[in-house]
Write a protein that binds this ligand. Sequence first.
Ligand SMILES: CC(C)(COP(=O)(O)OP(=O)(O)OC[C@H]1O[C@@H](n2cnc3c(N)ncnc32)[C@H](O)[C@@H]1OP(=O)(O)O)[C@@H](O)C(=O)NCCC(=O)NCCS
Length: 144
Amino acid sequence: MKVKAPKTCEEYKRYYLLRWRILRKPWRQPLGSERDGFDGEAIHAIACEGGKIIGVGRGHFKKPETAQIRYMAVDEKHRGLGVGSAVLKYLEEEIKKQNGKTIELNARDTAVGFYLKNGYQKAGKAPTLFNTINQTKMRKKIIK
Ligand SMILES: CC(C)(COP(=O)(O)OP(=O)(O)OC[C@H]1O[C@@H](n2cnc3c(N)ncnc32)[C@H](O)[C@@H]1OP(=O)(O)O)[C@@H](O)C(=O)NCCC(=O)NCCS
């Protein structure tokens, strides 16, 4: 498995499709709802294996030294094998290269354990998604 930035149009297409399929489709959100205004300037990551994209994630800067990670998703068949952690690590390294010192994110409550394992700490309540998914704010200092 290799984690890298998507480059070709085809890779971007499949990147957004995985985001939508895992993070939007189950809540009947339309295609297109998986994108936002930060995509143009963000750090994108794809985990690839055997020509397939099996994991994705994105980072963008909210303030000069503070980035947010969003849209972390791993294909169901490849979960629990370190793919999500590898995507997270790639994004953290890229954020560090751009002088990011802190990462914040809103974790779906079902994913809080994953972020705790990766060194994030709970930092309060975050807005509820689609009126149903409870979220927790989490934070990690990547450079002291
Ligand atoms: C959350 C998600 C990205 C994790 O990806 P993954 O590839 O399965 O995670 P990893 O295999 O790297 O897991 C790393 C560690 O976290 C643990 N972990 C993974 N998912 C977890 C979860 N949902 N709850 C608790 N612990 C979890 C693993 O057991 C592993 O622990 P270990 O190091 O002791 O073995 C993936 O389950 C997913 O796509 N979930 C659905 C979408 C989602 O909720 N995204 C996050 C939105 S905030």
